[in-house]
Design a protein around this ligand. Structure first.
Ligand SMILES: Nc1ncnc2c1ncn2[C@@H]1O[C@H](COP(=O)(O)OP(=O)(O)OP(=O)(O)O)[C@@H](O)[C@H]1O
Ligand SMILES: [Mg+2]
Length: 355
């Protein structure tokens, strides 16, 4: 079922948190609401499920206007960051809870609880109480409870935030599998871009209550619309170097290179101040489009090594390289920039697109 937000706005008292946000999540699609703390992700999610009243605008599920409907009148499954399980109830009863509220028959409840427990590999846990489960197991219970009534829509608020790294990885795959199997239209709220990139069909990146860009993970990474997006998506993050365009070159005190062919025809004027974004994988050992600097930081990440390169003017570039360590701290090196992959931004932080 399609979810549509039309000019959705939300204020708390006189504080405007969201203003005129438009978002459409296609039938069966899983979209991430991604953004820094306090940008309005949870507020948006709560408005969609009906916990928060909407200040202005409309929310539609398919053709149905659900703007004013309370949560119990929508078939929405919600997973809260805190799990919000009932500690005094068994796992079985926790999962059965939404069905009991709907006064379903015992036999139906039993069948549905068994079914979803099997899907989530937790049949052996049904007699326990939440306090007797690990964080990852509790997370599964929260997910099972959200899914047991076959919701039209699944909303998840930071469902993996409380899990350790390896469990998080496992649950990422698990949630995506179940989402695809059930065909449930889903919104995943997260501030973790890796989670958003790996689990979702599309990402809506928010900042200060405004959606900056909506696109596939690939789009967000390769075609960011502005500097905020380029800086938020990508780990380790992109480096920015401030400089200017002069005589077909990008120039700063610490480096310069000829503009790539695809940007030569873009509307750049000589002397124009620009900022370039260079991702760590686009600075590598080599001699083409050289940039010289001092290695000021080295971190082994296992398969790859992360380096910081301090340029002559003090600006920093980051490089990620596979293979063995090629230099040591304090070394002066000359590496190569893949200029065709460099992103250009104007003085207003908007991306300068190739002509
Ligand atoms: N009930 C409330 N009353 C007043 N202000 C609120 C209320 N709930 C949220 N806010 C404010 O709205 C803004 C957005 O909050 P929200 O919880 O949606 O952020 P978030 O993107 O989910 O952040 P996080 O990643 O930290 O969970 C914040 O500035 C917050 O202080
Ligand atoms: Mg939140």
């Amino acid at each position: 079922m399609e979810i549509k937000l039309e000019k959705f706005s939300k204020s708390f008292g006189s504080v405007k948190v969201i203003e005129e946000l438009d978002l459409t999540v296609g039938n069966g699609e899983m979209i991430a609401l991604l953004g820094p703390s306090g940008c309005g992700k949870t507020t948006t999610l709560y408005a969609i499920c009906g916990i928060h009243r909407v200040s202005a605008g409309r929310i539609l599920f398919g053709d149905r206007d659900v703007t004013a409907l309370p949560p119990q009148e929508k078939n929405v499954g919600v997973v809260f960051q805190s799990f919000a399980l009932y500690p005094h109830l068994s796992i079985y009863e926790n999962i059965a809870f939404p069905l009991r509220i709907r006064k379903e028959k015992n036999a139906d409840i039993e069948r549905k609880v068994r079914e979803i427990s099997a899907t989530l590999y937790m049949e052996h846990l049904l007699e326990r109480r939440p306090g007797q489960l690990s964080g990852g197991q509790q997370q599964r219970v929260a997910l099972a409870r959200a899914l047991v009534r076959r919701p039209d829509i699944l909303l998840m608020d930071e469902p993996l935030a409380n899990l350790d790294a390896s469990l998080r990885l496992e649950m990422r795959t698990e949630i995506r599998r179940i989402q695809q199997e059930s065909g449930c239209t889903s919104i995943l709220v997260t501030h973790d871009q890796v989670e958003a990139m790996s689990m979702c069909d599309r990402i809506a990146l928010m900042n200060n209550g405004v959606i900056q860009q909506i696109g596939t993970p690939d789009d967000m990474y390769h075609q960011p619309r502005n500097k905020f997006i380029a800086g938020f998506i990508g780990n380790p993050p992109i480096s920015f170097i401030d400089g200017a365009v002069e005589n077909g070159q990008f120039t700063s005190q610490g480096m310069s290179f000829g503009l790539p062919d695809n940007l030569k025809k873009a509307s750049l004027t000589s002397g124009q101040k620009v900022s370039v974004g260079i991702r760590p994988e686009h600075l590598q050992p080599g001699s083409e489009n050289p940039v010289a600097g001092e290695v000021t930081f080295i971190e082994s990440q296992g398969r790859e090594i992360l380096y910081d390169l301090k340029l002559g003017d003090g600006q920093m570039l980051r490089s990620i390289q596979s293979g063995a360590r090629t230099c040591k701290l304090g070394d002066r090196v000359t590496w190569s920039i893949n200029v065709n992959a460099v992103l250009f931004f104007d003085a207003q932080d908007e991306r300068i697109l190739p002509a």
